[in-house]
Design a protein around this ligand. Structure first.
Ligand SMILES: C[S@@+](CC[C@H](N)C(=O)[O-])C[C@H]1O[C@@H](n2cnc3c(N)ncnc32)[C@H](O)[C@@H]1O
Length: 288
């Protein structure tokens, strides 16, 4: 099991790392479109979040688990930066698309009966799994993939779940955007967090990107509630950053309407979401 360091930064050169953010205000005026990143999926995040996470919390060759891979922003960035990636989504068609797109570096169907040594020899860097990240069945499948990609653990987990039902991603049962209540969303989120905790190598990090929502004139603090669920799971909270959504392509269209609603309803328009950083302790603490 690896000990620190958990990245490739050389602290003797720390003054050269201006591009690596350590402040808690993330102003990202424009989506990075290098490496083939596109705004082609409603609800995908900006690649810069993944870049920051990879620079700070991974080394070349590490395996990154994304249990809500969506259009594959995490995958594109990981492969561009020499990291391996394991992505999960509840929508089979997204998984097929990603497997086709990264065909040359991707494990094909896992049920081919290859033993682990044979898999390692393939030098594969990516695997995409169709499944529900909150389920135990998916977790045991992921364990196999992590063994094939590396040492059986993920070295970073990137979580970008649905923000409850703000965007409905699919009609699938188990889709976190398609549950019967916000309480059920928290419950399933926590199951997913527990699965990821077990798959993350001790000492390594998890990033959660999430925003809040309004319902019936009341703010529903999805961010703080999910932070709480992560901590209950055993993750240590290392930091929170606020990411500006000013300039967000989708939000921009309705900005006037939201301002009017805010003036009428006594609330604020959302101009931010959260990037939260957690760590699985190297050794479990007996006292919590
Ligand atoms: C906010 S999007 C992630 C977008 C991604 N970061 C990107 O840049 O494309 C959330 C994704 O989670 C998927 N999803 C929802 N519930 C899920 C579950 N229980 N297990 C796995 N994936 C799920 C949705 O299909 C959707 O693609």
């Amino acid at each position: 099991m690896s000990k620190l360091p958990i990245n490739d930064l050389d602290l003797k050169q720390w003054k050269e790392y201006d591009h690596v953010w350590t402040n808690s205000w993330w102003d990202i005026p424009k989506r990075d479109t290098s490496n083939g990143h596109k705004l082609d999926y409603h609800g995908n995040f900006v690649p810069q979040i993944v870049q920051q996470a990879l620079w700070r919390y991974t080394k070349a060759g590490d395996v990154v688990l994304d249990p809500f891979i969506g259009s594959g922003t995490t995958a594109i960035e990981c492969l561009a930066q020499g990291r391996k990636v394991l992505g999960v989504d509840i929508q089979a068609e997204l998984i097929t698309k990603l497997t086709d797109r990264f065909n040359d570096v991707c494990f094909p169907d896992f049920k081919t009966g290859l033993d682990q040594q044979e898999r390692v020899k393939l030098h594969k860097q990516a695997a995409f799994v169709h499944g529900n990240s909150a389920s135990v069945e998916t977790t045991s499948l992921l364990k196999d993939h992590l063994a094939a990609l590396g040492n059986g653990f993920a070295q970073l987990v990137i979580l970008h779940p649905p923000y409850d039902d703000i965007i409905k991603f699919s009609d699938h049962r188990g889709d976190l955007s398609n549950l019967t209540s916000t309480d059920e969303f928290y419950f399933q989120f926590e199951l997913m967090a527990r699965n990821c905790y077990r798959l993350l190598e001790p000492g390594r990090y998890a990033i959660l990107v999430i925003g809040d929502k309004y319902r019936d004139g009341e703010l529903v603090p999805l961010g703080f509630e999910c932070m709480d669920r992560m901590r209950r799971t055993g993750f240590r909270l290392k930091g929170t950053a606020v990411k500006s959504m000013v300039g967000n392509e989708a939000k921009g269209k309705n900005a006037g309407l939201w301002r009017r609603r805010a003036l009428a309803g006594g609330f604020f328009t959302f101009d931010h979401e959260y990037v939260m950083v957690f760590q699985r302790a190297l050794k479990e603490s007996k006292r919590r």
